[in-house]
Design a protein around this ligand. Sequence first.
Ligand code: ADP
Ligand code: MG
Length: 350
Amino acid sequence: MIEDKNQQRTPLSSLGEFALIDHLTKNFKIQQKTTVKGIGDDAAVLSFGDKKVVVSTDLLVEGVHFDLSYMPLKHLGYKAVMVNLSDVYAMNAMATQITVSIAVSNRFPLEALEELYAGIEAAANIYNIDVVGGDTTSSTSGLLISVTAIGKVNKDDVVFRKGAKPNDLLVVTGDLGGAYMGLQVLEREKEVFKVNPNNQPDLDKYTYIIERQLKPEARKDIVKLLKDLKVKPTSMIDISDGLSSEIIHLCKHSDVGCDLYENKIPLDPQVISTCEEFNIDSTTIALNGGEDYELLMTISQKDFPKIKANPNLTVIGYMTEKNAGMHLVTRADEKIPLKAQGWNSLSDSE
Ligand code: ADP
Ligand code: MG
């Protein structure tokens, strides 16, 4: 390699993931009339006639996003698809096709890839999508999987990160923090196994949270539910990085502030008990844990009667004027600023 002594070398960790994407793509201009939304949302939105097409892509890297010592390949295949479908559903769209690209080292036999593809096939069957292509290449170390998902949505139904208004309700699906606590349990068992390989772990009391980590489900059902309830969210995002980071995305894109109520955050009893066991605060986990793949949305107050009895949807706060800022209202009724500590794959720590 030719070395240029004058060349600046800025560590990527000094920017973080979002600033990096922004920096690299800030000069890109939209040139095609068919591009409705380019970079910056859960998926790109393209317009063809009265249908909109959404496209989203994600890359999973061994050692960064998954650890094959506790992630079965079949689950990995399934999860790689879910991660992408989740971004499509976050646009209020239905996923229709995916492409799957892999890079594999010679460490993997055919049987391993068959397992991976069994998971991809199961996901495609359950979510009613077609695998329509991809790419296969070799890698010098480990496994990489990239999935691109394509979906469709009627032109008036698409929902962006932008669009939340002051007084809109902040609503989340399912419960939070499970995937992260499942990972903590799996990592602890891995360490125990290293010391004593004969030790059979008893994971019965962690089944829900381990499943949240190993076999997440994208919320296709919510897109249908919203349609049935005749509710169009004013903004929406999927929760891949943790609640606080996603709330901040909605606020920044929509130019609003937010009050999030700590006592409203939905937590499964297994998340609460495992947090107690690990001596970590469950609110911190829900705010920063990530990988829950639930949907976070804002809805207009007038739609509240339509959603209030639904067990899938929990109101956790409301949007405010931008200058009011973004806050967590604690159980002790204190207001503290919301910060995104969401796990950031480019940061030094983690
Ligand atoms: P998500 O967590 O929903 O997958 P990301 O934070 O990965 O979203 O991406 C945010 C936006 O930036 C998306 O529009 C995505 O397509 C875009 N993006 C991410 N990485 C790149 C890249 N290397 N080049 C261009 N666009 C990118
Ligand atoms: Mg997303």
